[in-house]
Write a protein that binds this ligand. Sequence first.
Ligand SMILES: C[S@@+](CC[C@H](N)C(=O)[O-])C[C@H]1O[C@@H](n2cnc3c(N)ncnc32)[C@H](O)[C@@H]1O
Length: 193
Amino acid sequence: MNAPESYWLEGDVEASYTVDLLDALTEVGGAESAIELGCNAGRNLHHVWRAYPQAKLTGIDINEEALAYAREHAEGANEWELRHGDLTDPHLLDHVPDGSVDVIYSVAVLVHLPPGEHKAKLLETCRRKARKAVVLVEPHTDGEMVWNRVDDRTMSPFCIEDYRPYLPGNLTVSQTRKGDDSYYDVLIWRPDA
Ligand SMILES: C[S@@+](CC[C@H](N)C(=O)[O-])C[C@H]1O[C@@H](n2cnc3c(N)ncnc32)[C@H](O)[C@@H]1O
């Protein structure tokens, strides 16, 4: 598992995925509320908070140490809700009313989840809860094996095309981007008008 502070060292606002995340939020008309799935030490939340200081922000992660690091070090964290939770838990977002949060997003997280129905369930839930968009900034794996840093297991191949069935309807997929050390895609799902 990477140390939480390493995410801050990497957490430059000029990092391409950060720019792409903020661009995606602009594209959907901004966010007065957002939930980050797999927020780790809060670097993305920090940049979203800088761009939308009035927004109601929530970060969820399975890593307690990372959440503690965010609470202690991330500027703005005292204004966010940081929740411990497992994205494979089908009841994770039960407390969030449908259509009540502008944007639900993830950055390099879903790729680490084990394969299975829970991924479909999570994205189906996100679609119900999100008023404006579900935004995924996720590695372009081309189906290669991915290492799960949470429990040190190697995950089955999962490539970006696998998300499509879970995000039916109004989905835009960026051209694959080149980050510092890997490729990634930006997916923006919006409810039908
Ligand atoms: C590669 S890190 C990305 C962190 C953050 N999104 C960022 O860009 O700085 C993956 C994150 O997903 C979290 N994660 C992995 N599996 C999870 C699960 N089942 N439930 C909640 N969080 C999970 C990890 O704890 C880790 O913080």
